[in-house]
Design a binder for this molecule. Structure first.
Ligand code: SAH
Length: 343
């Protein structure tokens, strides 16, 4: 039994439909992807087939909780997986775009100090179907609007689950019809993964969660820096930009007194400017395991201005969904069924 209908290849789907007319495979595939339907909703199929497929192509994501904020424009789901693991997905509707933020792992092994997912540790990789199904759920919920952007910025490190993550990218592009320009993979800076990404035929956007531009501080905030320090990370990012023509973005969570001083902005500018990177400043969102505060709104605005003066494009990222723990770095759930972290 597959974990998700979206874990099946087209050939595997065809194998379920050998006693049916040949056009069925295409009909069901389009139903699942283009129309984002559950088999039970495919009313153009004979009833018996619909029922059989509903059993053979189960949903991998059981809705354990759904919360909304920002007047309904932000939706966070908590999903139950078949083995009792839980992950979250966030849908954000803006006037000009609809973005879904997907998880790629249950938990995360990167152990960034300030990140709620990092604080919970690693459980397991998500399958391709479990990743794609998050997008499909968002597509269903967003109707009549279209999901325009997918960011791999939920729970987990996408480049640590490379094969499944990349198969999801290809499926989202080819079958859900979201262009590569509108897909963004975010990483703590796994250099071998970035190199691999640079060689793919679909050029997706790359975001690097930098947070510090000197090795001593970054070693503490983002432990993976000890393995792939800033020098090799910068070189690898430059090669990515050269190979794909995509603009790099740099994520920077502003932490009061830690990485928000003018000297920190000067270091950031020295990293970002030669790469032509766009900087997203995010005031640090509170998490239970990290007692330090985010920078004040005034300091955030100053930091942006300092970067602009240093010749770096920077925007302040709106913190959607903070009141439902759906903002950057706040995704964390217990993994035992029946004990969601609902407050
Ligand atoms: N592991 C990948 C994908 C997760 S993206 C990565 O790190 O890029 C989640 C983003 O939120 C990352 O940029 C992460 O650094 C940032 N983040 C984590 N904790 C945060 C917090 N408490 N406040 C603001 N941003 C945070």
């Amino acid at each position: 039994m597959p974990r998700s209908a979206y874990d099946l290849s087209r050939e595997e789907l065809a194998a379920l439909l050998t006693d049916e007319p040949a056009y069925r495979t295409r009909q069901v595939w389009d139903g699942l992807h283009t129309r984002a339907l559950r088999p039970a909703e495919m009313t153009d199929l004979p009833l018996a087939l619909r029922q059989r497929l509903d059993e053979q192509l189960p949903a991998a994501l059981g809705e354990a909780d759904r919360r909304t904020a920002d007047g309904g424009d932000t939706v966070k789901w908590l999903w139950d997986l078949h083995d009792g693991r839980r992950v979250e997905t966030v849908l954000m509707a803006y006037p000009d775009r609809v973005t879904v933020c997907v998880s790629t792992q249950a938990g995360c092994a990167m152990a960034c100090a300030f990140c709620a997912t990092g604080q919970m540790g690693f459980d397991r990789h998500l399958t391709t179907g479990e990743i794609v199904e998050q997008v499909v759920a968002a597509v269903r919920a967003a109707k009549p609007r279209r999901v325009s952007n997918v960011v791999f910025m939920g729970m987990g490190e996408p480049l640590a689950n490379y094969d499944r993550m990349w198969a999801a990218v290809e499926r989202i592009h080819a079958d859900l019809g979201i262009s590569a320009r509108h897909l963004t993979v975010s990483t703590v800076g796994l250099v071998p993964g970035i190199r691999r990404l640079a060689g793919e035929s679909l050029p997706v956007n790359l975001a690097v969660s930098l947070h510090a531009a000197n090795d001593a501080l970054r070693d503490r905030l983002v432990p993976m820096n000890r393995r792939y320090p800033l020098g090799v990370l910068a070189e690898t990012c430059a090669a990515y930009v050269a190979a794909t023509g995509r603009r790099l973005s740099v994520e920077w969570a502003l932490i009061e007194g830690t990485n928000d001083r003018p000297s920190d902005m000067a270091e950031l500018a020295r990293f970002a400017r030669p790469l032509g990177a766009h900087v997203n400043l995010i005031p640090l969102n509170p998490t239970p395991g990290y007692p330090v505060r985010g920078s004040s709104p005034v300091r955030v605005a100053q930091a942006r201005d300092e970067l602009e003066r240093l010749g770096v494009n920077a925007t302040v990222r709106s913190t959607r969904g903070a009141e439902i723990d759906a903002a950057c770095g706040q995704l964390a759930v217990r993994t035992v069924v029946g004990t969601p972290r609902v407050r």
